[in-house]
Ligand binder design. Structure first.
Ligand code: A3P
Length: 299
């Protein structure tokens, strides 16, 4: 038996009605009491919406385009993943909380929490937050493949089963619909830059400029081009510090599906049947009737 075979699949437990992993639930009190600092930057997303991409852009900005500095550690170590902890004997140990607490300021922290579960200190400290959203269908496809390759996630079941789970919100971090809507509402009251994966694909330069402005940073044309180049899908896919091949080797199996999978808009068309698509669209309309939020599912 290889390690990959003996690592059990994650179990799900709910916190305030949101499905999370068992280790997250057992640490929940500490997560909730997390002490944000005023100069913390939070990168919040629904899982698979383009977190890693945004993290790399932000780090490149913070390091003023210094590629070597960005290679000082993996994405997971540079930006603590707030609520995530995993303890698999001999395969993985990770505690986002421990990492964050030990990290000198200014910190950039990652979270997948829905807005209502964000530790209150982030609001009290008026921290800047970048939220990235991705259209539901591509987000779902990406999440499905991520479940297949990552034992830290519950078993996705078949494609058909996973579509149902996604639609009913019975997946880790809960309903995609509530997540994107909740953060969309929150942006009117807090310092939140709300970005879309589709916009980043269509015009990465423009979206990087938005991030620069939000972070009150300036870079010259040369650095901007360097950021653009080094945060492209092709470069990040080959970069061991961003492609997740250096971390969680016993848990993630890139031969099943690589972390840097396709990085496109519209891949959902290769997965949804006509009937599934119709059902999904009808349900989507109902779930998204109470928001002004609009997504593009193709470019
Ligand atoms: P796909 O599975 O559709 O390829 P997250 O970082 O939130 O887990 O999101 C992962 C998704 O973002 C994956 O989508 C991954 O390929 C994509 N991604 C990562 N880096 C990217 C980049 N530089 N450009 C475009 N997409 C990227």
């Amino acid at each position: 038996l290889s390690l990959k075979q003996i690592v059990p699949r994650a179990e799900i437990v709910e916190v305030e009605g949101i499905p999370l992993t068992k280790p997250i639930c057992s640490m929940w009190d500490q997560v909730w009491k997390f002490k944000a600092r005023p100069d913390d930057l939070l990168i919040a997303t629904y899982a698979k919406a383009g977190t890693t991409w945004t993290q790399e852009i932000v780090d490149m900005i913070q390091q003023n385009g210094d590629v070597e500095k960005c290679k000082r550690a993996t994405t997971y170590r540079r930006h603590p993943f707030l609520e995530w902890s995993i303890q698999e004997p001999s395969t993985a140990y990770y505690s986002g909380l421990e990492l964050a607490e030990a990290m000198p300021s200014p910190r950039t922290i990652k979270t997948h929490l829905p807005v209502q579960l964000v530790p209150p200190s982030f609001w009290e400290q008026n921290c800047k937050i970048i939220y990235v959203a991705r259209n539901a269908k591509d987000n779902l496809v990406s999440y499905y493949h991520f479940h297949r390759m990552n034992k830290g996630m519950p078993d996705p079941g078949t494609w058909e089963e996973f579509v149902e789970k996604f639609m009913s919100g019975k997946v880790l971090w809960g309903s995609w619909y509530d997540h994107v809507k909740g953060w969309w509402k929150a942006k009117d009251k807090h310092r939140i830059l709300y970005l879309f994966y589709e916009d980043m694909k269509e015009n990465p330069k423009q979206e990087i400029l938005k991030i620069l402005k939000f972070l009150e940073k300036d870079v010259n044309q040369e650095v901007l081009n360097k950021i653009l180049h080094n945060t492209s899908f092709e470069i990040m896919k080959e970069n061991p510090m961003t492609n997740y091949t250096k971390e969680f080797q016993g848990i993630m199996d890139h031969s099943v599906s690589p972390f840097m999978r396709k990085g496109v808009v519209g891949d959902w068309k290769n997965y949804f049947t006509v009937a599934q698509n119709k059902k999904f669209d009808e349900d989507y309309k109902k779930k998204m009737a109470d928001t002004s939020l609009v997504f593009r599912t193709e470019l």
